[in-house]
Design a protein around this ligand. Structure first.
Ligand SMILES: Cc1cc2nc3c(=O)[nH]c(=O)nc-3n(C[C@H](O)[C@H](O)[C@H](O)COP(=O)(O)O)c2cc1C
Length: 333
């Protein structure tokens, strides 16, 4: 008997619930194709970052127009448009179109904006270039003591509503875990038009260089223990949330993917593991999950999905507050 891996995600039908999430792996056509050949059911491309696109355009125009209007002979600047120059936004959209041509699984575009206009502009461009769905990579870093959590949440929701109104492909919202009430926020994202949630993005914390006193980026890849927080919230949201649930953070081995499926994830996404082990690692994860499901007598991933969610677990208190106290008491030196 073999396991039916077919999965519905955001209303799209995927051949497998294992996905390659947004990372340099999907930013490179060869590695993206290799991930799909290894069994990825869909891929998410690296985000378009609005401020990067805008900064590049401004620098480009400032360079070309330097000195313009100072002398009559240079009314439009001294320099011609450089031959072969392709702005990064065009490169990203061409990459999306090439990926759509190269694979027969859904290619999802991702963006991270700063202005409402930017989110809508780039979401529309991604759809025009062939994105099967859009993932909104939401990240704000509130540093104003007068801005309330409620105001930040309202900002997120009105953004989702605005993008929802502008595009007609499925919409996923990728968030971090820091909401006072995630179930309530999930419901409101759904009411605002999100077809699914991607839990959770990793927002890299800056580091301090003691020599220069500079605040520097320091990218550390994830480890499997990070999947636990995702698993808890997927388990809690599975019976409550109307749309799709994607798990991201800490999916390295088949065990992580299988646990997240049992907790209720529709899809399990990988970035760090594919960066470390290569895109072919997708096959190892899918094969291990299938072997486990077969051994336990499951017919399909649909049958296994959510069978140990908060609603279905033999002891749901393991996902609750009681688990905190139990975990502390479980320590023995
Ligand atoms: C080098 C790198 C680049 C990433 N770029 C993006 C990005 O552009 N947009 C996004 O939403 N997530 C991005 N991510 C986050 C991943 O998609 C993923 O959500 C996160 O790394 C957690 O999954 P993991 O434990 O499998 O790495 C990036 C991750 C890495 C490691």
């Amino acid at each position: 008997m073999s396991i039916d891996l077919t999965t519905e995600y955001l209303g799209l039908t995927l051949p497998s619930p294992i996905m390659a999430s947004s990372s340099p792996v999907t930013g490179d056509l060869d590695r993206l194709v290799a991930a799909v050949e290894a069994g990825a059911g869909a891929v998410v491309l690296p985000s378009i970052f609005e401020e990067e696109v805008e900064a590049e355009e401004m620098a480009h125009h400032a360079g070309l127009e330097f000195g313009s209007g100072v002398f009559g002979e240079a009314a439009d600047g001294y320099l011609p448009e450089p031959v072969g120059y392709e702005p990064s936004i065009d490169r990203q959209l061409s990459h999306l179109a090439a990926a759509v041509d190269a694979v027969d699984v859904p290619v999802i575009g991702s963006l991270n904006g700063v202005s409402d206009g930017g989110w809508i502009r780039y979401a529309t461009k991604l759809v025009d270039a062939g994105a099967a769905a859009i993932e909104l990579n939401l990240y704000r870093m509130p540093a104003d003591a007068h801005e309330t959590g409620a105001a930040v949440e309202e900002g997120y929701l009105s953004l989702v509503e605005a993008v929802r109104a502008a595009v007609d492909v499925p919409l996923a919202v990728k968030i971090g875990p820091w909401f006072s009430s995630l179930p309530s926020m999930a419901r409101r994202f759904s009411e605002a038009g999100a077809d699914g949630l991607v839990l959770f993005n990793r927002f890299y914390q800056p580091d301090l260089d003691l020599l220069t006193l500079g605040v520097a980026p320091n990218l550390v890849l994830s480890d499997p223990s990070e999947a636990r927080q995702v698993m808890r919230w997927i388990a809690v949201l599975h019976p409550l949330f109307k749309g799709s649930l994607a798990a991201t953070s800490g999916v390295h081995g088949w065990e992580d993917a299988t646990k997240l499926l049992l907790a209720g994830a529709d899809v399990m996404m990988m970035a760090s593991a594919l960066l470390r082990r290569g895109p072919g690692h997708v096959k190892h994860v899918a094969d291990g999950m299938v072997a486990w499901l077969e051994e336990r007598g499951y017919d399909s991933v649909d049958q296994a999905r959510g069978s140990v969610s908060h609603a279905n677990a033999a002891d749901p208190s393991g996902y609750e507050r009681a688990n905190y106290i139990r975990t502390l008491h479980s320590w023995s030196s």
